[in-house]
Design a protein around this ligand. Structure first.
Ligand code: SF4
Ligand code: SF4
Length: 469
C-alpha cells in the first residue's frame, strides 16, 4: 500500500476545518482522455437535446409523459399496461451499470453521467473561458467586489442561468412532448404561467447545482457513489496511482539520479491534485469521492512526458494489477452478473420486438351467464382496442377463428378507433351453434380485422351448459 498520511480519511476536501464549504478551483484538464471525454460529451448532449424533437412514424423518439401516462422509448409506445417492460428495462439498466462497475469501476460517472458531463464539460468550460484557469479563479475569489469581479461573475452567472433555463425546457419536452413545448413557446409565458414558473424554478435548481453545489452531488447526494464500497474489488479497473512505481515520491532536482537515490517516479508536483474536480489526492488510493474523470491521468501523463519518464503512473488499472502485476481477468462475480444480464436483455429484446401496435382485449361481461336460443349458445363480452399507432383504424370487424358462429356488435357491423388511444369498453355478443361446443368452459379465439388484415387475436372463455362437461 502507498505509505501515506492517513488524515485524509477524517475529512472531505469540500468542507473546511471550520465546517464551511471549501469551494474548489480545479486546474483546467488537458490531454487525450479529456479530448475523448469532450467528444463523447458533445455526442451525448446533442442526443439529449435532439431526442425529444425527433419523430419516428410520427411519434416522439423519447417521451416520458407521466401526467397523460404516455411513454415512447426509441419510437416504441408504452402504455401503463406495458409497465412491466419499463420495469424490466430499468432492471436491465441497473444490472448493466452494476456489472460495468464491478469490472470497470466508475466509468459511468466519468464518461456518461449527466452531472459530470454538464458540470465538467459545459459549465466548467464556460467558467474557464470567463474567469481563466485555477490561479486566476483563486485570485478573483479573493478580490473585493470591484468592477472586474462584478462583470466576470455577473456574466458567468447570467450565462449559467440562461443555460439552465434551456436545459429545463429540453427536459420539459421529454415530459409534456416537444409539440406541446413548441406551442407553449409560441403562445408565450402569459398563456402558460404555471408552466413558466415551474421552468424558472427548475432552471434555478440547475443553476444552484452547477454554479455552487457542484461535486457535492457526487460526494454527498448520489446513491451510486455510495455503492462503490460494495461493488469494487481488487480486480476492478479503476483510475489508480501506481504506488509501486511512484513511491518514494520526491521533488525533482536538476541532474538528479533518482534510481541511485532509491526514489520513485512521482515528483510530488501535485498536478494530479490540482486538477481533481473533487479535490482528492489519488495517491492515497481509491476513494469514494473519485468519479473516475481521468483528469489526474492526463495531468500526470503530461508531467511524465516533461521529465522523460514513461506515461501511466496514474492509469486505468486494478489494485491487483498494480500490487501483483496481474492482467485483467473475468471474476466469478462478473460472469454471474453477465449471465443474468444476457438473460434479461434477451427477454427484454424479445418482448420489445414482439410488441404489437394494436392490441385487442376481450373479457366476459361480469356476472353474465350464457343464454340458449334455438340451437345456439350466446355469451356477452366487453372489448377494448388499444391503438398505439398515429393513424385512425377504420372499419374493424371481428371473427371467430376456430369455431363456427357469429360475433355481433350491437347497432353496428364495424367500428373505428382513433389514433393513439385506448377505446372505451363496448359490448360484443358471440353466438355459437351448440353442436360446436363440447365443454361448459370452452376456450375460443377471436380475431380483429381491418382491410382484410388481422390486427390482433385474443382467447376467451365461452360458457355453456354444465352437461357439456
Ligand atoms: S501528477 Fe504524477 S508526478 Fe505529479 S504528484 Fe501526481 S502522481 Fe506524482
Ligand atoms: S482522482 Fe483523478 S479520476 Fe478521480 S476524480 Fe480526481 S481527477 Fe478525477
Amino acid at each position: 500500500m502507498p505509505p501515506v498520511d492517513e488524515s485524509f480519511r477524517d475529512s472531505i476536501t469540500t468542507i473546511s476545518k471550520e465546517g464551511k464549504r471549501n469551494f474548489l478551483h480545479p486546474k483546467k484538464p488537458k490531454g487525450r482522455y479529456y479530448n475523448y471525454r469532450s467528444l463523447l460529451s458533445y455526442f451525448l448532449i446533442g442526443f439529449l437535446f435532439i431526442a425529444p424533437f425527433l419523430k419516428v412514424n410520427g411519434k416522439q423518439f423519447i417521451l416520458i409523459n407521466v401526467m397523460e401516462r404516455k411513454y415512447n422509448i426509441f419510437g416504441y409506445t408504452f402504455w401503463p399496461q406495458d409497465f412491466y417492460l419499463i420495469v424490466l428495462a430499468v432492471l436491465t439498466g441497473v444490472l448493466f451499470i452494476i456489472l460495468f462497475t464491478v469490472a470497470f469501476g466508475r466509468v459511468f460517472c466519468g464518461w456518461f453521467c449527466p452531472q459530470t458531463i454538464f458540470l465538467e464539460l459545459i459549465f466548467r468550460k464556460i467558467e474557464y473561458a470567463i474567469e481563466g484557469d485555477r490561479p486566476k479563479q483563486i485570485k478573483l475569489e479573493k478580490m473585493p467586489w470591484n468592477q472586474e469581479k462584478i462583470i466576470k461573475k455577473g456574466s458567468k452567472w447570467l450565462i449559467f442561468y440562461i443555460l439552465s433555463f434551456i436545459i429545463s425546457n429540453v427536459f420539459l419536452a421529454y415530459f409534456i412532448g416537444s409539440d406541446a413545448l413548441i406551442q407553449h413557446l409560441k403562445d408565450g409565458p402569459s398563456e402558460h404561467l404555471v408552466t413558466f414558473i415551474k421552468l424558472l424554478f427548475f432552471a434555478a435548481v440547475f443553476f444552484f447545482v452547477f454554479s455552487w453545489f457542484r461535486e457535492q452531488v457526487c460526494i454527498i447526494v448520489c446513491p451510486y457513489g455510495r455503492l462503490q464500497s460494495v461493488l469494487l474489488d481488487n480486480k476492478t479497473i479503476i483510475v489508480a496511482y501506481d504506488y509501486k512505481r511512484g513511491e518514494g515520491r520526491a521533488k525533482m532536482r536538476k541532474g538528479q539520479d533518482r534510481e541511485a537515490e532509491n526514489l520513485g517516479d512521482c515528483i510530488d508536483c501535485k498536478q494530479c491534485v490540482q486538477v481533481c474536480p473533487t479535490g482528492i489526492d489519488i495517491r492515497n488510493g481509491t476513494q469514494l469521492e473519485c468519479v473516475n474523470c481521468t483528469a489526474c491521468m492526463d495531468a500526470c501523463d503530461a508531467v511524465m512526458d516533461k521529465v522523460g519518464f514513461e506515461k501511466g503512473l496514474i492509469r486505468y488499472a486494478s489494485e491487483d494489477a498494480i500490487a501483483k502485476g496481474e492482467k485483467f481477468k473475468l471474476t466469478g462475480r462478473m460472469k454471474f452478473y453477465a449471465t443474468i444480464l444476457t438473460v434479461l436483455m434477451s427477454v427484454l429484446g424479445y418482448l420489445l420486438l414482439t410488441q404489437k401496435e394494436i392490441t385487442l382485449r376481450v373479457n366476459n361481461t361480469r356476472g353474465a351467464l350464457y343464454q340458449t336460443v334455438n340451437d345456439s349458445i350466446i355469451n356477452t363480452y366487453n372489448y377494448k382496442i388499444a391503438n398505439k399507432t398515429n393513424d385512425e383504424i377504420k372499419d374493424v370487424s371481428f371473427k371467430l377463428l376456430d369455431h363456427k358462429g357469429v360475433i355481433i356488435l350491437p347497432g353496428t357491423k364495424t367500428v373505428s378507433f382513433e389514433k393513439a388511444t385506448m377505446s372505451n369498453s363496448a359490448t360484443m355478443i358471440i353466438k355459437i351453434p351448440a353442436s360446436e361446443i363440447t365443454k361448459n368452459k370452452e376456450q375460443i379465439k377471436i380475431g380483429a380485422y381491418a382491410d382484410g388484415k388481422l390486427l390482433d387475436t385474443r382467447k376467451v372463455i365461452f360458457l355453456g351448459p354444465h352437461h357439456f362437461n
